[in-house]
Design a protein around this ligand. Structure first.
Ligand SMILES: [Zn+2]
Length: 227
């Protein structure tokens, strides 16, 4: 069973440390985000197909007095290359003995160019004023982060790097990092037990594993009423 024909397969393309994006992939329909619509701190772009659900997510969050700012959205391969290089320099400054070790350490929280979900144009990082708009694992302990964990799927967003998944994703817990899959697919994955009772279960498959076409039989699309 294939996804609905209008579904863009890149939306559910598995991206990870061992799975790069297709060489030279460029996101279509990137749009500049307007600060009047989406709280941003610097110019950001995102695929247009994500915008309605992002606006919905942020509006629903505000109803619970959760005011998020968008910290990062689309990142080009070149931008990711510069970013990763800066992380390596930071690790060297923090005591990594050599460049190889610095790259290993940097790669626990930052992707190699060509391996970042941000390059899809459908992935966002969020933070809040209480964290000085830093990307911090502390978000997971705040009401805002807990609300994201339980409710973001309703707007088509899921965490890619939940707590307890580092051994499989290779990334530490990133409560701020959400990938948009569309409401239908996100609801199916959510219903499949990706998350139980609002708590990430480390025995559940990670998003990367769920999206891996070699293990995904497409059954989410066979049971439209399941969610
Ligand atoms: Zn991110």
């Amino acid at each position: 069973m294939q996804p609905p024909f209008e579904f863009d397969p890149m939306v559910c393309f598995p991206v990870g440390k061992s799975r790069p994006l297709p060489t030279g992939y460029a996101s279509p329909d990137l749009v500049d985000l307007e600060a009047a619509v989406i709280p941003i701190q610097k110019p950001e772009r995102l695929r247009a197909i994500v915008l309605p659900d992002l606006v919905g997510l942020l509006a629903a969050a505000r109803e619970h007095a959760h005011d998020f700012a968008l910290i990062s959205a689309y990142r080009s391969e070149e931008y990711q290359r510069d970013l990763f290089a800066r992380y390596i320099q930071r690790e060297l400054a923090d005591g990594a003995p050599d460049e190889h070790e610095a790259a290993e350490r940097a790669n626990r929280c930052s992707a190699n160019p060509g391996h970042s979900e941000h390059q899809l144009g459908t992935t966002i990082d969020l933070s809040v004023a209480a964290l000085d708009f830093r990307l911090s694992p502390d978000l997971g302990d705040l009401p805002e982060g807990q609300w994201l964990a339980t409710d973001a799927w309703r707007f088509g967003f899921l965490h890619s790097y939940p707590a307890g998944s580092e051994s499989r994703t290779g990334y530490t817990f990133e409560p701020w990092h959400l990938r948009w899959l569309g409401r239908e697919l996100a609801a199916h994955i959510h219903a499949d037990g990706f998350m139980r009772d609002g708590v990430w279960n480390e025995m559940q498959p990670t998003l990367e594993e769920l999206l891996d076409s070699s293990t995904n039989d497409g059954s989410w699309f066979d049971e439209p009423d399941r969610a």
